[in-house]
Design a protein around this ligand. Structure first.
Ligand SMILES: [Zn+2]
Length: 861
């Protein structure tokens, strides 16, 4: 019983048998009523290498009314288990399938959403990984490309957007028909349809004779917040940069970007019709870090038009390459494109991508970048920090290794050679070898086929005059958790060592040494005989992918002066190192708090500030010794209030500290301040208490029992939007009562009525670090329910529940025991097991870090 799965072997067999020419897809959306279905008629033309062979086409639908293969009607029983069996294909085939397909509320397939502001219905598709089959009958695997011609019947007055340019609709009365031109050859997972009374803003990319129509869409209720100009500006910078670097004109007829509701991911690279989460249309003030992240997402999806859509991985085992390339491309474009507003993108990369990768790479589920992807279940849990962030980090190293010019020369040859086709990793490596003259087999083996992170430590001896007598870099093999896949190896690293000294209260780089590190110990003779600088920073400029440690003296300077580095990148690297040491129990949480409070005083990069704020909160809630935790939380909340009041009026820092205080407030006075800011009886100069900030303030008041249901209802009247409804649901789940917790739990676990976004909000409200005792009884309920959830809910929904409701705040041996007992008895499927095992690792790590923090406290007592 394949269920909705598909194995790589099945895909391979089918690809060897079939060549797919075209799909003609007619969708009758009617008025898209709630709980309704839509008629989907698919005509596929394809040839087969072995006439008489049996195969199948994929379809997930409530019912099928017609299956006609080469003029002969098949028994409808051929449709079973998410597939239609095709008993004997001919050399040339035409298959017609008529089905009634279902709208979803999970963000998978054809998602249906009603905007409470105007009562109108908004639809969009999300097909990656295997969900085109929820909308039409499809050979659902990336290497069976074809052309797609969509014909869509929908209400008059709607906007309908797909991969091809939107035609004039035909017909009269209440319904119109949009007959799109066929697309170029592409994979099923990048086809798309967006339909509803969306509003669009239009522009054009022009270069020489080239004209590419550009569109940006959102719901009318968000139109007043849509800064289309800023979005077009970044988009055009990306067009300029990528077309030049790739030496390949944008391959599709137009480029639309559609901000859609309740979108699970950041965005999706549908060919010429990119969908993005509509939180990227900012309803309230956000910091520049949010604009930077949105720009990065825009560039990421644009890069996919070439790498992913024009040239596509053969199978999902190369998903990492697809995502790593786009992630690297977004950063390098932001760093280098003329006019870019975020030239410090490598700081953000170090701060976010590297942190994500290091975290993921230390989980028991870690795996080589080149992962075995045996089936669709494997790939669906593999959209992880290895695939996106470690892959991109290693790609950055590869670029350093072959040189950026050679890298792009190889990429250019790759696009020309494989346009509209499918590839595997060796196709890219081959093109890079040709362009660079380097043998990449050893590199690929060391970096792509092994798991884990190397640790680099300095080993130095200083004489009594303060001069360096010897300096070496020690490399440790990754500490792979038990059961992890892949080999723990030492790797070749190209790194830089930065030498920093204190000059007029700033830490300035006085020298930089670049070298190859290989093997367990690498001597650095260049440093011998020199006076010891204030800070010796390994992996300066973040060239390699490795954990680094500071020597004791450097750490002491950094602890006091982290904010005094003049450049943002070394600061980000030191922040990352301190965080990593905290997670590893090498730096006590109380010491990390001190370091953060001092360093944040002078940290100017707002993205880094916000990351550190999140990390401090996490450390205090998870890694602090429970006996000291309250003291730490109080210190943090007091600091947040002080920084909020001291911040420049209207600044991003002011907003970031306001949000931090809203999350951290504990004392009567602090909670009173939140209430006063909310009702306007106190104001802070320059701080706009706007829609989103109001919800943050209220959420904390509700969770601490300072505001009730009525306050939530009133807030919802002020903001009766879909976002408002999500916030309200989250607030209700955060109430500190057993009844509220039971209600929240039932709505998520015992019902499938919540949409993906409301469910996420309820889970977020349910899990409160300050309500440990109240939610403790749900540990047992979690393990009783989790397997049923996995088996009965869609992938996105079950992942939210499995990860989100794990008893993560019950940091104690009993949680490990309960997990182990469940693992032993439930015999979970590999993808389910992986998610639970990752959560278990969080408890193990927290116990270790708490012990380290306790020991530090005892030493000082
Ligand atoms: Zn991507």
């Amino acid at each position: 019983m394949p269920g909705t799965n598909l194995t790589r072997e099945e895909a391979r067999t089918r690809a060897a048998l079939l060549h797919v020419e075209s799909y003609d897809i007619e969708l009758d959306l009617g008025s898209a009523p709630e709980g309704g279905t839509f008629r989907s008629t698919t005509v596929v033309r394809f040839s087969a290498t072995t006439p008489g062979a049996a195969t199948f086409i994929d379809l997930v639908a409530p019912s099928v009314s017609e299956i006609v293969l080469n003029g002969e009607a098949l028994d409808l029983a051929a449709f079973a288990d998410s597939r239609i069996a095709l008993p004997a294909v001919q050399a040339e085939n035409e298959l017609r399938v008529v089905a009634d397909c279902a709208y979803t509320n999970t963000g998978e397939g054809l998602h249906r959403f009603v905007d409470p502001v105007d009562g109108e219905t908004y639809l969009y598709t999300q097909f990656e990984v295997p969900d085109a089959r929820r909308v039409f009958a499809a050979f659902e695997q990336p290497d069976l490309k074809a052309t797609f011609r969509f014909t869509v019947a929908a209400p008059a007055g709607w906007v309908v957007v797909s991969n091809s340019p939107t035609p004039e609709p035909a017909g009269e009365g209440a319904t119109r028909t949009w007959a799109f031109e066929p697309t170029p050859r592409m994979s099923t997972y990048v086809t798309a349809l967006v339909a509803g009374p969306y509003v669009g803003v239009f522009d054009e990319y022009a270069a020489g004779d080239q004209r590419v129509p550009l569109g940006v869409y959102c719901r009318p209720s968000l139109r007043e917040f849509l800064d289309a100009e800023a979005i077009f500006e970044v988009t055009k910078q990306g067009f300029d940069y990528f077309q030049e670097k790739f030496d390949f004109a944008y391959p599709f007829a137009k480029y639309d970007q559609l901000f859609v509701p309740e979108f699970n991911a950041g965005a999706m690279e549908n060919a010429g019709a990119v969908t993005l989460r509509d939180q990227y249309v900012f309803r309230s003030k956000v910091t520049d870090a949010s604009y930077e992240m949105r720009a990065a997402t825009i560039l990421h999806e644009l890069a996919h038009m070439w790498f992913g859509d024009l040239v596509t991985m053969e199978w999902w085992n190369d998903l990492w390459l697809n995502e790593s390339f786009a992630t690297f491309a977004e950063a390098v474009c932001q760093a280098e494109a003329p006019g870019s507003k975020w030239p410090n993108s490598w700081t953000t990369f170090a701060n976010q991508m590297k942190t994500w990768a290091y975290r993921q790479d230390q989980l028991p589920s870690t795996h080589p970048i080149m992962a075995e992807i045996n089936d669709l279940e494997d790939v669906q849990v593999n959209f992880d920090g290895i695939t996106y962030a470690k892959g991109a980090s290693v790609l950055k190293q590869l670029v350093a290794y072959v040189g950026q010019d050679a890298f792009f020369k190889g990429v250019q040859a790759y696009f020309k050679r494989h346009a509209w086709g499918n590839t595997t990793l060796p196709d890219l490596l081959g093109a890079l070898e040709e362009a660079s003259g380097r043998d990449l087999r050893t590199w690929s083996k060391a970096w792509l086929e092994t798991a884990g992170i190397n640790l680099l430590r300095p080993e130095l001896h200083i004489n009594t005059d303060g001069d360096i007598e010897s300096f070496a870099i020690l490399q440790e093999a990754p500490a792979l958790p038990a059961g992890a896949r892949g080999e723990a190896v030492l790797r070749p690293h190209r790194i830089a060592i930065g030498l920093y000294d204190l000059v007029d209260d700033t830490l300035v780089r006085t020298d930089r040494i670049e070298l190859d590190v290989d093997g367990p110990r690498t001597e650095v003779p260049e440093l011998v005989g020199r006076h010891r600088p204030a800070v010796l920073l390994l992996n300066d400029d973040d060239l390699s992918y490795a954990k680094v440690r500071l020597d004791e003296d450097s750490l002491a300077v950094v602890t006091e002066h982290l904010g005094d580095f003049t450049d943002s990148l070394p600061r980000a690297l030191c922040w990352a190192s301190a965080w990593d040491m905290t997670r590893d129990g090498e730096l006590a949480t109380r010491d990390y708090l001190s370091l953060a409070l001092s360093g944040l005083q002078r940290e100017s990069d707002i993205g880094v500030v916000q990351s550190v704020q999140r990390q401090v909160k996490l450390a205090l809630e998870m890694y602090a010794d429970p006996a000291w935790r309250e003291e730490g939380l109080q210190r943090w909340a007091a600091a947040a209030e002080e920084r909020l009041r001291a911040a420049a009026p209207g600044s991003d820092h002011q907003l970031a500290w306001a949000r931090a205080l809203a999350a951290a407030a504990r004392t009567d006075a602090q909670l009173g301040l939140l209430a006063d800011l909310l009702d306007g009886s106190e104001t802070i100069e320059g701080l706009a208490v706007d829609t989103e900030l109001r919800w943050s303030l209220l959420a904390r008041l509700v969770a601490t029992g300072r505001a009730d249901d009525k306050a939530v209802d009133e807030e919802l009247v002020r903001d009766n939007t879909s976002s408002g409804q999500e916030h309200a649901a989250s607030c209700r789940a955060a109430r500190p009562t057993a009844g509220a917790k039971a209600e929240a739990w039932a709505s998520v676990v015992e019902s499938d009525k919540l949409t993906n976004y409301v469910q996420e909000a309820v889970i977020g409200g349910f899990q409160q670090a300050d309500q440990r005792a109240l939610i403790a009884p749900y540990r047992e309920k979690y393990f009783a329910a989790v397997k049923g959830v996995w088996e009965s809910r869609s992938h996105e929904i079950s992942q939210q529940i499995i990860v989100g409701l794990f008893p993560a705040y019950q940091v104690e041996q009993a949680t490990l025991d309960a997990t182990d007992a469940w693992l032993a008895s439930a015999d979970p499927a590999p993808a389910l097991r992986r998610q639970v095992v990752e959560s278990r690792a969080g408890i193990e790590r927290a116990l270790k870090a708490q012990a380290a923090d306790r020991a530090a406290g005892e030493r000082r007592a």
